[in-house]
Write a protein that binds this ligand. Structure first.
Ligand code: ADP
Ligand code: MG
Length: 542
């Protein structure tokens, strides 16, 4: 069974093109012989740009059709070059008297089909071509030479802008070749791609392996090796690019960090940050950053890095406007310096004053139980409860010191600021109400009674949970009842524990646990358990 959402692998490309054209009213499809083009032909007598190649690299090339970029693009089948007649059709359609430039990735099939197409139109149309060959991993003295990868869209952009400003065919082609000469890329994959018609990837990688120098058609790379941290990975990727371009201290580059299909935007940003740091150490400045998914290899999980040595003209053309839907409107600005993007930590320490025994007992109990709490939320919720408790309480060093009100306030702040999820805010409220009540009351029992009652009311107001909904309210509410009945603290702790235990037989209707339905039956609610530990800590002298 295919992993792709499709009707049939046979109609994957055509069905996708149908949606693409519908989504982009400026772009149209000519089914005979098969190419995409700007719906409105550019009226200027400027050089026209045609590109194309196998499908599976979207948004390249289809998404690069637009004013200021491509006039037309010829899609082949998945990873298969378009045929010469498609290219002839696109070339004839695009020409408006000033000639047509073909932008071709360096693969034998593409190069041959574009060449034949140029041959077939040579009596009527002036053409030229730029062959993009930027992949350092395929640099060798024998064979077809470097493959065309990420730099292709930069060539399309820069040539498109040169054509739009009225440069002649030879000039546009010359600028394109200058970009190619000054561009190098390398790609790495953590997971190979799978063809739409297949059920397994083109090659298998072990969980700890990566394919370094991978091609964008699922070709195996230069080296299969153990995965390393992003910093080292980026260093290993940038090295051969800088070498190949002989980039030196003081030079400027356009830097494209490109997702190969299944890399997450968080990963791409992370990689870009590492590239900035790496190039900074080498004294190379990024004149223009570009981070996103532009040149893919179907669903390959990986990333490519492309550097282009920049000069003023290249940057001006890079910055020129385009309507191409796949081109990210990049700011005409250089990279901002790396900044500190950690979250500020609140000052919520409880390490001053007399030892606070009962809250030390409580916090210690939670600190020792993170893994158990995680497991409970994994079985009955979404698995983050332990992490949330850890974020809130693990940084406290024991014993806690300070008055009840002070320590409760520190715990409350910590829950509200450091912890996420429902529990962060719910426990933040509980401890805040307790802290305020202890500030107003000298008597321990009165303070805990008033604070707990107010917290229960506020938490129920906030989240609407009733007893029986499988939340911390199932432990808090019986504790409040016992306190209001004047029962001793040991009985209060026991009622809270009984309440927590009662959640075992219920399913949740609040919080993320409510999405797991019946699966939560038989599992104690972790929030209720933590509440019961708090009340038990008031008397437990163990
Ligand atoms: P999330 O539901 O966002 O994953 P956490 O895992 O951080 O939240 O916390 C889950 C705990 O929050 C549950 O164990 C439950 O005790 C408590 N909880 C969830 N919803 C509510 C609510 N509406 N009122 C009170 N407590 C709730
Ligand atoms: Mg959760």
């Amino acid at each position: 069974m295919s992993d792709y959402i499709l009707n049939s692998p046979n109609t994957f490309i055509t069905d996708s093109l149908r949606g693409f054209v519908a989504a982009h009213p400026d772009i149209a499809w000519q089914s005979d012989p098969g190419f995409l083009h700007l719906r409105e032909r550019n009226g200027d007598s400027t050089v026209a740009l045609v590109s194309g190649g196998g499908s599976g690299h979207e948004p390249m090339h289809s998404g690069m059709i637009g004013a200021g970029m491509l006039d037309a693009a010829c899609p082949g089948l998945v990873f298969t070059s378009p045929n010469a007649l498609q290219i002839v059709g696109a070339t004839r359609w695009a020409d408006r008297g000033a000639g047509v430039l073909h932008i071709v990735k360096n693969y034998t099939g593409d190069v041959m089909n574009f060449r034949i197409a140029r041959h077939l139109v040579r009596d009527d149309i002036e053409t030229d071509h730029v062959i993009v060959s930027d992949d350092v991993a395929s640099d060798s003295d024998t064979g077809p030479g470097r493959r065309g990868t990420g730099a292709t869209i930069l060539v399309e952009k820069i040539c498109g802008a040169a054509a739009a400003r009225g440069d002649g065919l030879a000039t546009v082609a010359g600028i394109g070749r200058r970009v190619v000469d000054n561009a190098r890329s390398i790609s790495v994959a953590y997971h190979a791609c799978t063809m739409p018609s297949e059920s397994s990837p083109t090659f298998e990688l072990d969980a700890d392996e990566m394919e370094f120098g991978v091609g964008i058609h699922g070709e195996a790379g230069r080296e299969r090796t153990t995965r390393v941290g992003a910093r080292e990975l980026v260093n290993r990727m940038v090295d051969p690019i800088v070498d190949a371009l002989s980039l030196t201290h003081g030079e400027e580059v356009i830097c494209l960090v490109n997702g190969l299909g299944a890399a997450h935007p968080l990963e791409l940003d992370l990689v870009f940050g590492e590239v900035v740091a790496d190039l900074d150490r080498r004294g190379i400045a990024i004149a223009r950053p570009m981070v996103g998914t532009f040149v893919t290899a179907l669903d390959m999980r990986g990333v490519s890095i492309t550097l282009v040595r920049a000069d003023d003209e290249i940057l001006t053309l890079f910055d020129a406007p385009t309507t191409a839907p796949g081109w990210a409107a990049s700011p005409s600005r250089s990279t901002a310096p790396l900044s500190d993007t950690t979250f500020a930590q609140p000052s919520d320490s409880a390490d001053d004053g007399p030892e606070n025994e009962w809250l030390t007992r409580f916090v210690g109990h939670v600190q020792d139980s993170i893994a158990d709490l995680t497991e409970l939320d994994q079985r009955a919720g979404d698995g983050d409860f332990g992490t949330n408790m850890e974020a809130a309480l693990s940084h406290f060093s024991l014993p806690l010191r300070g008055s009840d009100s002070e320590v409760l306030s520190a715990i409350s702040t910590s829950y509200l600021v450091r912890s996420g999820g429902t529990s962060g805010v719910i426990f933040g409220v509980l401890f805040r109400e307790l802290s305020l009540a202890f500030a107003d009351n000298d008597d321990f029992e009165s303070a805990i009674r008033e604070g707990s009652s107010r917290a229960l009311a506020e938490i129920q107001d906030l989240g609407g949970a009733q007893v029986g909904d499988k939340t911390m309210v199932d432990a808090l509410s019986p504790a409040v009842d016992a306190l209001e009945d004047g029962e001793p603290l040991s009985a209060v702790g026991q009622k809270a524990a009984d309440g927590a235990e009662s959640t075992r037989d219920t399913t949740a209707t609040k919080g993320r646990a409510s999405y797991v339905g019946e699966n939560a039956r038989g599992v104690v609610d972790p929030g209720a358990l933590v509440v019961s530990w708090l009340y038990q800590a008031t008397t437990d002298n163990s």
